[in-house]
Design a protein around this ligand. Structure first.
Ligand code: ATP
Ligand code: MG
Length: 598
């Protein structure tokens, strides 16, 4: 996902996107309906107050009598209490809907992410996903819940006032309402410009942030290339443009308000002048004029609110589009219907019906290319017996990780088949396959939590003694007990606080605790100290015992113990055999090996 694409804002308001998202929020339909009714009542109550004022003037001020004032006072007080109650209900309901909507969207997006395949995460930057899951969802919740409140309330109030005015004095009402068309025009004109300027500000803002992080992350490079002055010049130009756009937005916002107020005053003047003429003719009472003045003042209050919400909805539309797109991304790899019936789904597997796995794996004429990539494998054949250990060696980009990604069914062949225990991998469910796998990644993935929790990540039911035994098997026990809290030592996010070698030992312990039939190791290229390296080699030897294994090793010292070494070049096997055979052959492997021993 490129920056540009991310910054792409649709200019027109598109109600279909909103409807699509609201359809996911079906459970709030009841709340929304109640909220709408409450807001219409609040708007109607707002429209009643000037009417009561007018009645009060005609009945009591004009006549100078206070006879019957109690009943009006009671109605007035009753209305005021009712409105206070309604406003309370409105805020409570809208607040509940806001949090409810955010909960629903978070839940849905997270659940959906669990079903997407690795390919999606390869393509999609983590930062992009994170901002979808946090700021976009927050924005949507706020805009939908409060925007809905403001719009329905504003429209109800304006409609209520228009109806009340027509009811009180139709002729006068029509005169006063002539300011509405220019008002609509002015609002449309200004809001468009405000929105446009705000968009530029946001776009420039993300460019400024990017420039900041590049400036910080690239500090060393910049310094050594003596780019400081150039960097500063570029940055000044960028922030200058941002300032101009911000000023534009502020100027338009600042102009819009007085223009609306001015039109409101025009409305009030019309009421006063036209009402005054009719008053002198005796065709209206003072009360009518009082009511009209109240209405014209009130009428313009929601205009700005409604205009603001429409702008916000339009601005939030890009967030809505991105969330909708995320929720609508189909998983690239799905289990067939029959497979799902037999094996269960990712979130609800039928483990009791799963067949046992022996771990024989065969690539049968497999072709593979990454989405919009060149072919990596072409008619690739490989037969691995159950329990056999295989090492994949070769230069960077040779296709080593690709082969194990296919075994793990993170991707599917574009042609040909992969068989596991003689059955097509697509005839088994992804969860079945993944539960047979122990995968130690090139970059060990640990999580915030204790060491023990990290080891038991895939087997939450494992007790402490099982965790310790797993750690002992891979020679990690001593390292763990040397940590300040031992097995209860808390790791930071991503396992921060440990060295790469330590992280790897923990991920070995995690893999061996799961006791998988198939073990995959994509070894880290980063160098570790010799002591840890020896430990890791012992751990690998333990892992390989009795398991079908694929070891991708960059340190060739690691691969001496495997049953068969495959040397890959451009996705093809160019040499294969045991360490000794291959050394004796004096070919590619022997050269690589000598190179790595130097
Ligand atoms: N996610 C991806 N999307 C597109 N192309 C990819 C992707 N991953 C790898 N490739 C391409 O596929 C080819 C094989 O890559 P692969 O990762 O399998 O190599 P490798 O042997 O594991 O290399 P290394 O030793 O650097 O890990 C390379 O040309 C690479 O550019
Ligand atoms: Mg690789």
């Amino acid at each position: 996902m490129s920056m540009r694409e991310d910054q792409h804002f649709q200019r027109r308001f598109d109600h279909r996107i909103w409807l699509r998202l609201l359809r996911r929020a079906r459970e709030f339909r009841g709340t929304m309906a109640i909220l709408a009714v409450v807001m219409i009542l609040v708007g109607a109550a707002d429209a009643l107050f000037p009417l009561l004022n007018g009645i009060a003037v005609d009945r009591f001020v004009e006549t100078g009598s206070i006879q019957g004032v109690e009943s009006l006072a009671i109605v007035y007080a009753g209305l005021a209490f009712l409105q206070a109650f309604l406003v309370w209900a409105l805020i409570a309901l809208a607040g509940r809907m806001e949090t409810g909507l955010m909960y629903r969207f978070r839940q849905d997006t997270f659940a959906h992410l669990q079903t997407l395949s690795i390919g999606y995460f390869d393509r999609t930057p983590v930062g992009w996903l994170m901002s979808r899951l946090t700021s976009d969802i927050q924005r949507l919740g706020e805009t939908v819940a409060w925007g809905l409140v403001d719009i329905v309330w504003g429209v109800a109030m304006m409609a209520g006032i228009a109806v009340a005015m027509l009811f009180v004095h139709a002729q006068l009402a029509v005169l006063v309402l002539t300011v509405v068309p220019p008002l609509a025009l002015v609002s449309w004109f200004f809001q468009r410009r405000i929105l446009g300027a705000q968009r530029s500000v946001r776009r420039l803002n993300s460019e400024v942030s990017a420039a900041f992080s590049e400036g910080i992350a690239g500090a060393v490079t910049s310094k050594t290339l003596v780019r400081e002055a150039e960097n500063l010049r570029e940055f000044s130009a960028l922030t200058g443009r941002m300032r101009a756009a911000s000023v534009r937005a502020a100027v338009f916002s600042a102009l819009y308000m007085p223009v609306v107020l001015l039109l409101g005053s025009v409305g009030t003047s019309i009421a006063l002048v036209a009402g005054g003429v009719r008053l002198s003719e005796g065709s209206v009472t003072i009360g009518v004029i009082v009511a009209f003045v109240g209405y014209t003042v009130q009428f313009f209050e929601p205009v700005r609110e409604v205009a603001r919400v429409l702008t916000e909805l339009q601005a939030a539309q890009s967030a809505a589009e991105r969330i909708a797109a995320l929720l609508d991304t189909p998983p690239a790899i799905t289990d067939r219907r029959e497979v799902e019936d037999a094996f269960g789904t990712i979130l609800e597997p039928h483990r009791d019906r799963w067949p046992r796995c022996h771990g024989a794996i065969r690539f049968d004429e497999v072709n593979f290319a990454y989405p919009d990539g060149e072919a990596v494998l072409d008619h690739f054949d490989l037969d691995v017996a159950a329990g056999e250990s295989i090492a994949l060696v070769g230069e960077t980009g040779a296709g080593k990780s690709t082969i194990v990604n296919l075994v793990a069914r993170f991707y599917e062949p574009t042609a040909g088949r992969i068989l596991i225990d003689g059955a097509d991998i697509r005839d088994r469910s992804q969860s079945w396959m993944h539960s047979q796998l122990g995968y130690v990644l090139q970059t060990p993935q640990l999580f915030a939590g204790s060491v023990a929790e990290n080891i038991a990540f895939g087997q939450p039911e494992a007790d402490r003694s099982a965790v310790e035994e797993a750690a002992r098997m891979v020679d990690a026990h001593a390292m763990i007990t040397a940590l300040p809290g031992g097995y209860d030592h808390e790791l930071g996010e991503g396992g921060s606080g440990l060295s790469t070698g330590q992280k790897q030992l923990l991920s070995f312990a995690r893999a061996i605790l799961a006791d998988p039939r198939i073990f995959i190791l994509d070894e880290a290229t980063s160098s570790i100290d010799t002591d840890t390296e020896l430990r890791i080699q012992r751990a690998i030897r333990t892992m390989l015992r009795g398991r079908t294994s694929f070891v991708i090793a960059h340190r060739l010292s690691t691969v001496r113990d495997v049953d068969r070494i495959l040397v890959l070049e451009h996705g093809a096997i160019v040499e294969s055999g045991s360490h000794h055979d291959l050394l004796a052959r004096e070919g590619r492997y022997a050269a690589l090996y000598r190179e790595s021993m130097r």
